[in-house]
Design a protein around this ligand. Structure first.
Ligand SMILES: C=C(O[C@H]1C=CC=C(C(=O)O)[C@@H]1O)C(=O)O
Length: 478
């Protein structure tokens, strides 16, 4: 008789954890009967070698949402969310405030473990489009102006410890038993399969890489922007371009994520998959991290390429530090961030001079900025205050805002918008979605922009977009 092996499910609740979940579920159902809805969530420690991203990708059911957000070099910080029990969505200039208020209201009626480490317990994950009204192009259809999801399963790794949160939304018709059974089934369905490898020499037609607009269009846009800057209308504007990669088979998002996190460990490497579309990135730019009353952010601007020769590479970094144009471009960003935070802070501090930060394909000028808030303000509200910094928008933004789409002629969607997470303490972390691409079926749209100032040279700015595109293009065009 054949022996049938029954693999143990990788995760299970202990008896005590199960009882805690049942208690939360009962409370949530009672609250849902008076409030209309309530979250029930239980958080448990799991083995430290569990990889949050692999579990989320391997356990995805149908086209349910997946959110993976990690910064490997930051002591392996990672957060992965699977499914969506509640979506928080809004549009227009008040979208950050609206989503923050909806999240607060949902948390107020929840029955959950709320005293765990950051990023555990119920969390809301997702992002915001660059423009307040969001995108209008159909390919951005799954990425609204503001969209945070409360996942059903969350895995968070901080300082080597991994926690798993199961979360359900109770409605008046649910029973506690329904919720517990639903979450237990979900837990039993999770898989530990590692991320797949990308085939280095796939069969089939070669990928086709093409600028959505001819490169000359971009150079002309930069030249027009320089004229407006020289005429004194504005100080700086960031202009982006889109390059599409057409492949014979849809992109393998988990495999691409695996490559990007290896290649760019100091970056925020994320993947937001919704239905058949995924927005992915390896972004060097922190928009903000909030931890209680502490806020950290980064003024990033000014770029040069890397060299394989360490002496040349250092020389390029030195040149960047001494380049008046890049220093001025970066100082505009630092000044604006400090000016924005000051009215809300007891203190704001930053180093007097920028430093050079190096990614695999590029180096930038960066000034880390920290602040102590005078009053609690949620991570989402802070993202709304800071977005868009002049690293992706312009100065003054009031003038740059209508010029950006007019000169670029593209729909930025979530490119250059904030992507990240917030937890039940309203702490959280949002990066700026740079070095990003929208993957949908056989097409990947990659985005890269540069800061344009009075002495920008159109050909040099075009070349800089090519350097930035080198973060993703080689992986997407495999
Ligand atoms: C807008 C982008 O980069 C910004 C961030 C760092 C350096 C930049 C620059 O040197 O122009 C840009 O402001 C992008 O990568 O698409």
């Amino acid at each position: 008789m054949p022996v049938v092996a029954h693999a143990e499910p990788p995760f299970a609740l202990s008896r005590g954890e199960g009882r805690r979940l049942a208690r939360h579920a009962e409370r949530a159902v009672r609250r849902a009967r008076s409030r209309g809805e309530s979250l029930a969530a239980v958080t448990v420690p799991v083995a430290g070698d569990v990889d949050p991203a692999s579990v989320a990708f391997a356990s995805r059911q149908g086209g349910e949402p997946v959110f993976v957000f990690e910064q490997p070099a930051r002591r392996g910080a990672a957060l992965a969310g699977l499914g969506c029990v509640r979506a928080l969505e809004a549009e227009g200039p008040g979208r950050f405030r609206q989503v923050a208020a909806d999240w607060r209201a949902l948390l107020a009626g929840s029955a959950a473990d709320l005293d765990g480490p950051p990023a555990t317990g119920p969390v809301a994950v997702g992002g915001f489009a660059f423009a307040a009204q969001g995108a209008s192009a159909p390919h951005w259809g799954r990425f609204p102006a503001a969209s945070l999801h409360v996942p059903e399963v969350v895995l968070a790794r901080r300082d080597g410890a991994v926690h798993l949160t199961l979360c359900a939304l109770a409605t008046p018709d649910d029973t506690a038993q329904d919720l517990v059974e639903r979450l237990e089934r979900r837990l039993a369905s999770l898989s530990l399969a590692p991320l797949p490898m990308l085939d280095p020499s796939p069969a089939g037609a070669a990928p086709r890489v093409a600028s959505t607009m001819p490169p000359e269009h971009y150079e002309a846009a930069v030249a027009r922007a320089v004229e407006r800057i020289k005429a004194g209308e504005l100080e700086k504007i960031v202009l982006a371009r889109e390059v599409a990669v057409h492949v014979p088979e849809p992109h393998d998002v988990p495999a691409i994520h695996g490559i990007l996190r290896e290649a760019f460990p100091e970056c925020f490497v994320f993947a937001v998959s919704r239905g058949g579309a995924s927005f992915i990135a390896a972004s060097p730019e922190l928009l903000l991290r909030r931890d209680g009353l502490r806020v950290s952010t980064l003024a990033l601007a000014g770029s040069t390429r890397r060299s394989a020769d360490p002496a040349v590479d250092d020389h390029l970094g030195e040149q960047l530090l001494r380049c008046d144009k890049d220093r001025a471009e970066q100082a505009i960003v630092a000044r604006r961030i400090e000016r924005t935070l000051r009215p809300h802070a007891v203190w704001v501090t930053s180093a007097p001079d920028p430093v050079v930060v190096k990614m695999a394909n590029i180096q930038h000028l960066a000034t880390p900025i920290r602040a102590q808030l005078a009053e609690p303000r949620s991570a989402v509200e802070l993202a709304g205050l800071l977005h868009p910094t002049p690293a992706v928008g312009g100065e003054p933004f009031r003038v740059a805002s209508p010029l950006i789409p007019a000169l670029e002629g593209l729909d930025r969607g979530w490119y250059a918008g904030p992507v990240g997470w917030t937890d039940a303490s309203e702490d959280g972390e949002f990066c700026v979605a740079l070095r990003s691409a929208l993957l949908d079926g056989p097409v990947a749209r990659c985005f890269a922009g540069v800061g344009v100032v009075a002495d920008s040279d159109p050909a040099a700015e075009l070349a800089e977009t090519e350097v930035k595109l080198q973060a993703l293009l080689p992986v997407l065009a495999l």
